[in-house]
Design a protein around this ligand. Structure first.
Ligand code: FES
Length: 167
């Protein structure tokens, strides 16, 4: 069903927090603090569908000052090198990753996996086997729009073979 389908090209990003759920995310809503988002697409009748039926679709958005986001982040699929989107699902065992209390990137509450959202969400501590997957986005008018599927394997439960089929 469309609410469980992973993000696809053309989806728009909406707030996931309880108080703003479903509202379109604006550039001015974003900062160096994590903002969680859902992709929102359409069903076959053209009705809007928030893809929250699968909790693995939760996304992490950041807006950093220009020049702070560097490789291996795929800069061409950020917004002006300032706004970046990742899967928020830890590649170790699937917990939702949060901002670190120490202000040094992201930290997973389950087994202390750490990621650097300014550097492609590469793993900087703990057990995760690979980075959080970056989701390609662009700005269209004042909406954040998905332009492609995840750039790498997003979830912990896929094997390489399953990922090949999933793409
Ligand atoms: Fe994130 Fe284990 S689930 S570190």
């Amino acid at each position: 069903t469309p609410d469980k389908a992973p993000p696809v090209k053309g989806d728009v990003l909406v707030h996931a927090s309880e108080s703003k759920e479903g509202e379109l995310i604006k550039v001015s809503d974003l900062s160096e603090q994590l903002v969680r988002a859902w992709p929102m697409g359409k069903d076959k009748d053209g009705n809007k569908v928030i893809r929250k039926g699968d909790p693995n679709n939760i996304l992490a958005l950041y807006r950093f000052p220009k020049g702070q986001i560097v490789e291996p982040t795929k800069l061409d699929v950020t917004v002006d090198g300032e706004i970046v989107a990742y899967s928020d699902i830890c590649t170790h065992a699937g917990c939702s990753v949060a901002d670190s209390d120490q202000g040094d990137g992201m930290k997973c509450p389950c087994h202390s996996g750490q990621y650097d959202p300014k550097r492609g969400c590469k793993v900087i501590g703990g057990p995760p086997p690979r980075p959080l997957a970056q989701l390609p986005i662009k700005l269209e008018g004042d909406q954040l729009v998905v332009t492609d599927f995840f750039a790498s394997m997003p979830y912990p439960f896929l094997s390489e073979t399953e990922w090949e089929k999933f793409k």
